[in-house]
Design a protein around this ligand. Structure first.
Ligand code: SF4
Length: 329
C-alpha cells in the first residue's frame, strides 16, 4: 500500500469548507492508502504563536472532527507534529538546502503572508515549507493529497529530497520524493459570499454545529441582493445559497436555479431546502461526534498510539539520514 500524508493545522474547529475540500476525500482514501494524518500544531504556531492555548484545545477538536466524518482509527495513523522529534531534526537539516529567496518567492507563502497582513515575515513562517517537507518525508510518504494552491510546497519538498539525495545519497534515494495527489474538490465560499470559508471570517458552518445553528446560519446567508420580493426574478449566479445547492444538493441544483430565475421559488424556501440537505449530511457525523466526546480517553489513546508509531518510523529515518550525512559517531 502506498502511504499518503495529509492533515490539519490545529487552529480551531473544522468547517464544511474543510469537509468539501479535503476530509470527504480523506475518508475515501483511507481504504486505498496507508493514511498518515498530521495534527500540525507546530505549523499552527507559525501564525498563532501568541495563542498556544487555542492550539492545544484545537487538537481535540480537529481529531474529533476527523473521526466524526468517518475516519476509522484502525485505518489511519494520526499523530501530533510536536511529538515527532524526527520532524524537528529534519527541518534543521533541510534548512541548509533551501535558499531564503526560494522561500520568499514561494507563491503560497506570498499569498498567505498577504492574507495574514504580514509585511515582515517571521523565520518560522517563512520556513514552514521546509518543515512541511520534513512532515512529508520523515515517514516516507509517497503521496500528498492537495489542492492546486499547495502545489508549490510539494514541489519544494521534492526539490529538497532531490538535493539531499544528490548531496548525501551516494547514488541512493535516501529521501523519497513525494508526489502530489491533486484533488478537484470544489472550494466552498463563505456564507457571506466571501471567496473563502474561514474560521477567522465568521462565515463558516462548523462540522460541530447543531441543526439549529445550521438553520440559523443558512437563514442569514447572502443571496442575490437585487431580489427584494419573492416575485422578483433572481440570479442564482450571484447567490451564495445556489453555490451551496450545487455542492450539497447536486440533483436539484439546476432545477432550483431555473425556479429562481422564474421567481418560482422564494429565498426562504430555497434556504430551508438547503439547510435540510446540509443537516442530512451532518446528522451521522453528529452521532459519531457524540460517541468520541463521551470517550475522550479513547481519543487521547488514538493520538498517543499514532505518535508512537510515527516516532518509530521517524527515528529510523533520522538514523539513516545522519549516517548518510556522516554526522553519526
Ligand atoms: S431563490 Fe435561492 S438561489 Fe435564488 S436568490 Fe433566493 S436563495 Fe438564491
Amino acid at each position: 500500500m502506498e502511504r499518503i500524508l495529509t492533515g490539519d493545522r490545529t487552529t480551531g474547529k473544522l468547517h464544511l469548507g474543510h469537509y468539501v475540500g479535503s476530509l470527504q476525500n480523506r475518508v475515501k482514501l483511507q481504504q486505498e492508502y496507508d493514511t498518515f494524518i498530521i495534527l500540525a500544531d507546530v505549523q499552527a504556531l507559525t501564525t498563532h504563536f501568541e495563542h498556544p492555548e487555542l492550539i492545544n484545545q484545537s487538537i481535540y477538536d480537529v481529531v474529533i472532527d476527523n473521526l466524526s466524518v468517518g475516519l476509522e482509527p484502525d485505518n489511519i495513523t494520526m499523530f501530533l507534529q510536536s511529538e515527532i522529534s524526527a520532524i524537528a531534526e529534519l527541518t534543521v537539516f533541510y534548512s541548509m538546502l533551501v535558499s531564503v529567496n526560494a522561500l520568499r518567492h514561494n507563491p503560497t507563502i506570498k499569498t498567505e503572508a498577504k492574507q495574514y497582513g504580514y509585511d515582515d515575515l517571521s523565520y518560522g513562517f517563512l520556513g514552514y515549507p521546509v518543515s512541511q517537507a520534513a512532515d512529508i518525508t520523515f515517514c516516507n510518504a509517497d503521496l500528498v493529497p492537495v489542492g492546486d494552491d499547495q502545489l508549490p510546497h510539494i514541489e519544494q519538498a521534492r526539490k529538497i529530497a532531490r538535493r539531499f539525495n544528490g548531496l548525501y545519497g551516494n547514488g541512493r534515494k535516501i529521501i523519497k520524493e513525494p508526489k502530489a495527489l491533486l484533488s478537484n474538490n470544489p472550494r466552498l465560499i463563505g456564507l457571506d459570499g466571501n471567496s473563502k470559508m474561514g474560521k477567522s471570517l465568521g462565515n463558516a458552518i462548523y462540522l460541530s454545529d447543531t441543526a439549529e445553528e445550521v438553520n440559523a446560519k443558512i437563514k442569514a446567508a447572502i443571496t442575490d441582493t437585487n431580489r427584494i420580493k419573492a416575485t422578483d426574478k433572481g440570479n442564482p449566479e450571484i447567490c451564495t445559497v445556489s453555490k451551496y445547492h450545487e455542492v450539497f444538493n447536486e440533483s436539484e441544483y439546476k432545477n432550483i436555479c431555473e425556479m429562481c430565475r422564474r421567481a418560482n421559488i422564494g429565498c426562504v424556501a430555497c434556504k430551508k431546502l438547503l439547510a435540510e440537505k446540509v443537516n442530512c449530511l451532518i446528522a451521522p457525523f453528529r452521532e459519531r461526534r457524540a460517541y468520541y466526546e463521551n470517550h475522550k480517553a479513547e481519543v487521547r489513546e488514538i493520538i498517543h498510539a499514532g505518535s508512537k508509531k510515527a516516532n518509530e518510523i521517524g527515528n529510523e529515518t533520522i538514523e539513516e539520514i545522519k549516517k548518510a550525512m556522516s554526522i553519526n559517531i
